[in-house]
Design a protein around this ligand. Structure first.
Ligand code: CA
Length: 223
């Protein structure tokens, strides 16, 4: 199966290098050198994955991502400059699936592409608990049929707890999965997301979805 990948990167040498490596790995590849063309192509054609540089002429990567997310939930890996922490955070909040810092080893990029593609095929199912329904293919969450708006990380947190139903997950583990292994921000970030989720779901529908396990972490229980 040859997955279709779109490269949106204005540094032509880098774009060309990635393209050659991806073709070598058996992917089919298209590349464009500015944000506007990238957004157009990503919207018009079906890709299995988009590699999106942040600093782009005409339309920057974050804006491309924001507009693309209104149309499609294709996996997106952002290419960020070294130490641009804000870019990573904004990218993930805007709906990127992952990011990689330039300069990167091509093996690392290939590994992340494989993970993003696998996550995609694996997630074509529906997870439920009580009235909560998570449609992974559509990236949609509802409670008793009513749509719930979640940020990417809130979604990822519920998703992780749902696929590990009845298993207590530690804050550290959740942080690795939801924020990435190299996350170095606030250590109580998971508690913050849980609080947001409780406002959006528990308070609104009068249920208890995520249980706190004192001193350990969180769990979603079947009953
Ligand atoms: Ca660039």
């Amino acid at each position: 199966m040859d997955s279709k990948i779109l490269i949106i990167e204005d540094e032509e040498k880098i774009a060309r290098f990635i393209e050659l490596e991806l073709i070598h790995e058996g992917y089919s590849v298209k590349k464009v050198y500015n944000g506007r063309d990238g957004l157009l192509l990503a919207t018009e054609e079906d890709f299995d994955l988009v590699l999106l540089d942040i600093m782009l002429p005409e339309l920057n990567g974050l804006e491309v991502l924001r507009r693309l997310r209104k149309e499609k939930d294709v996996p997106v890996i952002m290419l960020t400059a070294r130490d641009a922490v804000m870019d990573k955070v904004s990218g993930l909040d805007a709906g990127a699936d992952d990011y990689i810092t330039k300069p990167f080893a091509i093996e690392e990029l290939l590994a992340r592409i494989r993970v993003a593609l696998k996550k995609r095929t694996k997630s074509e199912n529906i997870l439920t608990v009580k009235g909560l329904k998570m449609d992974c293919a559509r990236h949609e969450v509802t409670y008793d049929g009513e749509e719930i708006e979640l940020t990417n990380r809130e979604y990822e947190l519920i998703h992780t707890l749902l696929i590990n139903k009845n298993i207590v997950m530690s804050r550290d583990k959740l942080m690795d999965i939801v924020c990435g292994y190299d996350y170095t921000g606030e250590t109580n970030i998971i508690d913050v997301y849980v609080r947001y989720i409780r406002t959006k779901i528990d308070d609104r529908f009068g249920v208890k979805i995520i249980h706190t396990v004192r001193g350990v972490g969180y769990v979603i229980k079947d009953a």
